[in-house]
Design a protein around this ligand. Structure first.
Ligand SMILES: Nc1ncnc2c1ncn2[C@@H]1O[C@H](COP(=O)(O)OP(=O)(O)OP(=O)(O)O)[C@@H](O)[C@H]1O
Length: 291
């Protein structure tokens, strides 16, 4: 996809060229999922995390392999351990059992290979948008840090606000600068913890399309935590549904909706069917948290 092409134009192209045949087939992950054939980027093997003296583990015996360039959404009811699992992948949290491999090497702490984006952006308020994005490359001593930042702001559609302060930008713009900053050191992995959770519905929807556009251009491996079932299906190649007490993987769903995707797929029969299946699983898990 050409750089600088807006999601709206991509959508127009997609509509014009989209196949008119039957709706794409979606299926529950089978014993030999397609992602298993990709080169593993991140592997969790029997990961368990306990907090303090709690009787129940926050995350228990979770094994998950994520391929290079794959987009995985972690979904599940509140408290099922999504953020904890993401923090384990980021090297912020050490499991009491199990191990995490990043490109085949044990992960022992935060890695430059992982960019992290949280729900609340963490831009430096005293730096312009451009300097925020250039911060990581400058720390690495890259002489072209400014050019890298300009290119990334261009990719997220914010070249025109490069010299503005974070406080003067909307929530959606701040989050786009945050994504550009997380990508500035070209990490092969992007870990996102409810990055659009604080945005209004319209901005959120645009940001989802924007993220897919960025992912299409740069192809990082993405792990995306969300409560939102539609968001997970719309974005991901695979949706991993977690269960609570203890936090474990309940079920995985492969999402075979063709890309590029636009908001129109939300009305697709296959999309609606997959949403119903995932909602059923989540409802059962969410009920357990009220017992
Ligand atoms: N720092 C901590 N100290 C103690 N307990 C914690 C800590 N962080 C998380 N927990 C507990 O671990 C469990 C999983 O929490 P986590 O935040 O990972 O879940 P989550 O699925 O991301 O929840 P939410 O969707 O509400 O953000 C919860 O029971 C939570 O109370």
């Amino acid at each position: 996809m050409a750089r600088g092409v807006s999601p709206i134009h991509q959508r127009a192209d997609y509509i014009e060229t989209a196949p008119t045949g039957p709706a794409p087939h979606l299926h529950v992950v089978d014993p030999v999922p397609s992602h298993a054939q990709q080169k593993p980027r991140l592997s969790l093997d029997g990961v368990t995390v306990n907090f303090g003296a709690r009787a129940v583990s926050a995350v228990q015996d979770v094994s998950l392999t994520i391929g290079a360039g794959e987009f995985v959404a972690l979904l599940g009811p509140s408290g099922c351990g999504k953020s904890t699992l993401l923090n384990v992948m980021a090297g912020f949290c050490t499991p009491v059992q199990g191990r995490v491999l990043l490109d085949g090497e044990p992960l022992t702490g935060p890695s430059a290979k992982c960019g992290v984006v949280f729900q609340k952006h963490s831009l430096f308020p005293w730096m312009t948008a451009l300097d925020n994005v250039a911060f990581g490359p400058r720390r690495l001593g890259l002489t072209n840090a400014r050019q890298i930042a300009q290119d990334l702001l261009d990719i997220v559609g914010l070249a025109h606000v490069a010299n503005e302060w974070p406080a003067s930008l909307s929530g959606g713009m701040q989050q786009r600068v945050g994504i550009a900053r997380a990508l500035a050191t070209r990490p092969p992995v992007l870990l996102m913890d409810e990055p659009f959770g604080a945005l209004d519905a319209q901005t959120r929807s645009l940001m989802q399309e924007e993220l897919l556009s960025i992912w299409d251009k740069l192809r990082p491996t993405v792990v995306f935590v969300t409560h939102d079932i539609e968001e997970a299906i719309f974005l991901a190649d695979r949706v991993v549904v977690m269960q609570t007490y203890p936090g474990r993987i309940a079920r995985e769903f492969a999402i075979d909706i063709p890309r590029p995707r636009s908001a129109e797929v939300l009305n697709d029969h296959a999309f609606i069917e997959r949403r119903r299946e995932i909602t059923d699983v989540i409802r059962v898990e969410a009920r357990k948290t009220f017992r």
